[in-house]
Design a protein around this ligand. Structure first.
Ligand SMILES: *Cc1c(COP(=O)(O)O)cnc(C)c1O
Length: 426
């Protein structure tokens, strides 16, 4: 499928006058249409709820948009919990799906009455010691081990993943939790990441639903919700076929009718914790070409680098690039598109066919709306960029300013140098 940026060169030129590149920009219209389609696909389940995975894009303005469509927040750290609270999430609006959890985070989650999803059986004691009780509503994360396959394709390797409890531990955990006063139970599993197939959720649902039936029968615990978590992917590459969320919702519904309803469990709510699928395609990184270099390869250097978008450097991930204003021009050149880090993996694209790039051209790096800005860091003293929201009416709004050197020096409480440095720059 051809990948088309959600904004034009003219719009970028207008925005860049006010907010210099690089910046991440998000498409409000696309976000709203997508969340509506998700809600529709699962509307057959009256308890359905998406808890947006905050780590994917921890910006309160963006999460607020999802909140307006009924989403909650899935958090996994203290500051993510604080962010959820800051935008008005309370109690069951928050799913706390953490692992290797520090005590202070459990304490905070419990104070906010968030739903706690335990990553391990040993966390039962840890939680009880930390908060002095076991919550009435509790969830356990399941990891059946082995390989997760669809047909013959290996999708992921749960047996190698640090998350979740084994089957035996899950049953044991439910018994212990029930004995300690828990009344409503959930199960959760995340077995494959960024799946671009309509089969992942239904297959995962089958595993979880069958397990849930056995759990309810053998332990007598009342299962209130089943959390299919994240993992629905997006087509980063133009050759990929996007997921059909309606088909995914229908697929889960079919398994629900085959497995849960006959077992008298037709009241179970389905939860999701999607991150990438909710925002990934509705964000882009806008950067300007500032250098060209002709050595053993053809390089175009831009004003963004891997601290703004780590996925290509970290996973070798493909992100499509459009040279704005040259959408219709033929791809006659082969470039490495680089950032300025002193690391040779700081390349947004390697041997990429693109139209001829002139210095000053704006590049639109697609699909940075999730796991983009949020994976940012300060290596090489580079600063995080701004985030901008393109509103439905075509106007734009700064939703996070760019970092400045003051932010970079802000944590040196014991070595206050910033004011002196600024004087030296005058
Ligand atoms: C990262 C994560 C998600 C979201 O994953 P996506 O691939 O962005 O959908 C959901 N739940 C948990 C526990 C996670 O760690």
């Amino acid at each position: 499928m051809q990948k088309i940026p959600f904004l034009s060169l003219e719009k970028v030129q207008e925005i860049a006058k006010e907010y210099p590149t690089p910046f991440h920009i998000y498409d409000e219209k696309g976000i709203r249409q997508n969340v509506e389609a998700l809600q529709k696909a699962f509307s057959w389940n009256s308890g359905f709820r998406e808890y947006f995975a905050v780590k994917a894009t921890p910006n309160p303005y963006l999460i607020q948009i999802l909140r307006e469509h009924g989403c909650g927040c899935d958090c996994s750290s203290l500051t993510e919990l604080m962010l959820a609270k800051a935008i008005g999430c309370k109690g069951q609006d928050i799913m706390f799906s953490s692992n290797t959890t520090p005590a202070v985070e459990y304490a905070y989650a419990h104070r906010e009455q968030a739903i706690i999803n335990l990553d391990d059986i040993t966390h039962i004691d840890f939680l009880e010691k930390t908060i002095g009780e076991i919550p009435k509503i509790i969830s356990c994360r399941y990891n059946p081990g082995g390989l997760f396959k669809i047909s013959n394709d290996i999708m992921d390797n749960p047996g190698d993943a640090k998350y979740g409890m084994t089957t035996e531990q899950l049953f044991e955990a439910f018994r212990i939790l029930k004995g300690k006063g828990a009344q409503e139970f959930g199960i959760h599993a995340f077995l494959a990441s960024n799946t671009v197939t309509n089969e992942y959720y239904p297959l995962l649902a089958k595993i979880l639903f069958e397990t849930a039936v056995k759990l309810q029968q053998e332990t007598g615990c009342h299962i209130t919700f089943i959390n299919l978590s994240g993992g629905i992917g997006i087509p980063y590459h133009p050759d990929q076929t996007p997921n059909d969320i309606q088909a995914i919702g229908d697929g889960v519904r079919q398994v629900y009718q085959e497995v849960l309803e006959p077992a008298g469990m037709g009241d179970v709510a389905i939860y999701a914790e999607l991150g990438r699928y909710m925002l990934g395609p509705y964000g882009g990184l806008v950067t300007q070409a500032i250098h060209e270099k002709h050595t053993h390869k053809e390089y175009v250097g831009c004003d963004a680098c891997a601290v703004n978008l780590m996925r290509p450097a970290m996973y070798g991930a493909y992100h499509h690039i459009t040279v704005l204003g040259k959408e219709q021009e033929p791809c006659t050149k082969i470039y490495d598109i680089t950032g300025s880090l002193c690391e040779n993996n700081d390349k947004f694209a390697i041997d990429r066919k693109l139209p001829e790039i002139q210095m000053g051209d704006y590049l639109f790096i697609h699909d940075t709306g999730a796991h983009g800005f949020s994976m940012g860091y300060n290596y090489n003293g580079k600063l995080r960029s701004a985030e901008i929201l393109l509103r439905e009416d075509g106007s734009y709004q700064l939703i996070r300013r760019a970092e400045t050197p003051k932010d970079y020096f802000a944590t040196f409480d014991c070595f206050p140098v910033y004011e002196e440095l600024m004087k030296s720059m005058k």
